[in-house]
Write a protein that binds this ligand. Structure first.
Ligand SMILES: [Fe+2]
Ligand SMILES: [Fe+2]
Length: 278
C-alpha cells in the first residue's frame, strides 16, 4: 500500500483542544454509528481475501487497509466517548457485531466478478472520503474536525488503492461500461441497507427499542445528508463515474450533480418527517 504522507494515531490527535461546548448532538449520533461500521472492517478484509485468494499482493494491501479502517472506528469511538461519557464504545461494537455480520466465507464476489467487487470498494471509499470531508467542515469541535481531516485523506487514498487494483482486473473481466455503472449505482443504493441503519440503532436507540430498518435509515439520513455541499456532491459524481470507466464532460457532471442534489434533498425531507425524534 502507498504510504500515508501524514501518519496519525489516536494518541496524536489534539485531545487537549477538545471542547465539549461545541459538540453538536446530531453529529455525535452519526459519529457513533460511523464508528461501529468502521470498526467492523476486519470482516470485509476476510471476505475480500477469500474472493481474491489467488492475489497475494491484493490481500497484503487489504490487510493494511483494514487496519486503517479499524483505526478510524476506534478513533471515532474514542471521540464519541469523550463527547458522551455514557457511551460504551466496545460494548456497542460487540452488540453491533452480534446483530450484523457479512458472509466472510463467500468464495466468489457477490458482485459477480473481481472488477465488480473493486468498483464497489471504490464507491464505498468515494462515499466515505466525501462524508468525512463534509462532517469535518460541519463540526465546530476541534478534535472531530482534525480527526475527520485525517480520515477523509485516508479514504481518498483507499479509493486510489482499489482503483489501481481495478485497472489490473478491468481487461481480464471485460465488463461493459453499462455493467460497471449498474454495479456502481447498485452499491450507492446499498447505503440504505442494514449496515448503517443498524449501527445507528445500536449507538442511539433507547434500551428496549426494537430495530426497524426504515426509521433508523431515515434517522441517519436526516442528520447526514444536510452536511453535503454542492462541491462534495460534484466530487462524488466524478469519482463514482470514474470508477465505472466513464469520464464525464463538465456539462454532464454538472447536470448529474444537480439531479443528485435534488434526489438527496427529497430524501432528506422524507427522512426529517419520518425520523425527527429518533
Ligand atoms: Fe474508514
Ligand atoms: Fe476507507
Amino acid at each position: 500500500m502507498q504510504r500515508t504522507l501524514h501518519p496519525w494515531t489516536i494518541d496524536t490527535l489534539p485531545w487537549g483542544a477538545f471542547d465539549a461546548e461545541t459538540v453538536n448532538p446530531d453529529l455525535l449520533k452519526i459519529v457513533k454509528a460511523a464508528a461501529l461500521v468502521e470498526y467492523n472492517a476486519g470482516d470485509y478484509a476476510s471476505y475480500l481475501c477469500n474472493v481474491f485468494a489467488d492475489d497475494a499482493a491484493f490481500c497484503h494491501d487489504v490487510k493494511a487497509w483494514a487496519r486503517e479502517e479499524t483505526q478510524h472506528g476506534a478513533a471515532l469511538g474514542a471521540w464519541a466517548m469523550r463527547a458522551d461519557p455514557s457511551f460504551d464504545f466496545e460494548n456497542a461494537a460487540a452488540r453491533y457485531r452480534a446483530g450484523y455480520r457479512i458472509n466472510v466465507d463467500a468464495a466468489a464476489s457477490i458482485r459477480g466478478s473481481k472488477s465488480g467487487e473493486l468498483i464497489a470498494r471504490c464507491i464505498v471509499e468515494t462515499g466515505t472520503s466525501s462524508y468525512y470531508t463534509a462532517l469535518g467542515d460541519a463540526s465546530d469541535e476541534p478534535v472531530l474536525k482534525a480527526l475527520c481531516r485525517h480520515i477523509a485523506a485516508d479514504e481518498l487514498r483507499h479509493y486510489k488503492l482499489f482503483f489501481s487494483h481495478l485497472k489490473r482486473y478491468n481487461d481480464r473481466d471485460g465488463l461493459t461500461r453499462l455493467q460497471k455503472l449498474k454495479i456502481g449505482l447498485g452499491r450507492v443504493q446499498e447505503s440504505e441497507d442494514d449496515e448503517l441503519a443498524y449501527a445507528y440503532y445500536i449507538a442511539n436507540a433507547p434500551a428496549g427499542a426494537a430495530y426497524d430498518r426504515l426509521p433508523y435509515t431515515m434517522a441517519y439520513m436526516a442528520r447526514a445528508y444536510p452536511l453535503y455541499r454542492p462541491d462534495n456532491i460534484e466530487r462524488i459524481v466524478a469519482m463514482v463515474f470514474r470508477a465505472c470507466g466513464i469520464t464525464l464532460s463538465s456539462f454532464t457532471r454538472t447536470l448529474i450533480k444537480h439531479a443528485a442534489a435534488l434526489a438527496m434533498k427529497i430524501k432528506m425531507r422524507q427522512a426529517r418527517m419520518l425520523a425527527a425524534s429518533i
